[in-house]
Design a protein around this ligand. Sequence first.
Ligand SMILES: [Zn+2]
Length: 391
Amino acid sequence: MVYMISITSVITAERFHTLAIHASRSMGPFAAHNELGINVNTKQRTGMSVYTLGTGGGPIVSSSRAGTSTAIRVDGATYVIDCGMGSIRNYRSHADWGELRAVLLTHHHSDHIYDLGAYLVTGWQVPGESFTRPIQVYGPGRPNRMPALDRKHEEQIAARVADREMTSTEEIVDALLDKVFASDVVIRMADEGRDEPHEWIQAHNIQIPEPVRACAVENRHPEMEPFEIYRDELVTISAILVDHRLCFPAFAYRIDSRYGSVVVSGDTAYSENCVKLAQGADLLLHEVIDLPGILATFPDGPTRDGIEVHLRESHTPYSEVGKVAQKANVSSLVLHHIVPNTPGAADLGAMLDTARADFAGTVSVAEDNDVFEIGSVKLQLAGTETKRSLV
Ligand SMILES: [Zn+2]
């Protein structure tokens, strides 16, 4: 299958930088067509579009980037991957609650789930602002052991974290609905006649296939095949384990529709599993960090030393990210989860240039509210347009 992609860059009235990818497929020879100047309808009801709701990485509050979150809309149904801080406002700028079908969490670091509670309760039977079907929340289950580098490390950290427990996606959702927002839920059920929220919000811990023998200590990033976690009439969503050091399990996701395919890396160091999941995808949204840039923002001290190890071993530097896209043979690479996330702190030009040097496809550094249109109606018209462009 041959993919051809052209990119149009448009500045909208809201001054948001909007990118539209028009992808067409052809089984034979083709010529690219370029529709310069098209302004993307951000509430397009047919086709497949990607909305970068939040493009900042890490727990630091940024004035320029919401926390990591991506919405993928397919024929008017929306699937959200991660719920970073401040992203919910951008979701509502592009999509309605009635079209939300699923929320997928790549992992449980706070910067990926800060807004989860808001996503869940603001769409729960608010008149005119409500889910129209139960939404499905997918994410990691509780790890089998406290994640550690090895057995010795496990012993070392045992005393420090002995009184604490990790949690699962189902437990997080239960805690939000039944603890954090318990009073709100009870009052609104009694006062407004709302239904039980668990009927509208259904959480699922992703079950890692047994043969993989994943383990929080000995085998956090096993070589494996992607596995399906969700399917409806519009999309199939697959997952694979990626390498986020001690944050286990951590997943990358792939959404396939009749229009094309989008992969979101989640937080990860260079991962062969991510390469495998993304193979041949139209668009890969991959995390990226500017390591010297983020380290320059930290004062010296033991906490800096600790986080430096985390940053080095849990994330993908821009010197590596183009290689992931090239090896995965994707059509386009979009960099998000930008670290450092504060204005001017990351060298975005170096990120772009370095990734472009390693990857033959198109590369973009995302900003909040970018829109990437994939396939859509253009797919069905490919033959006609190809013929016209050859005249
Ligand atoms: Zn993380």
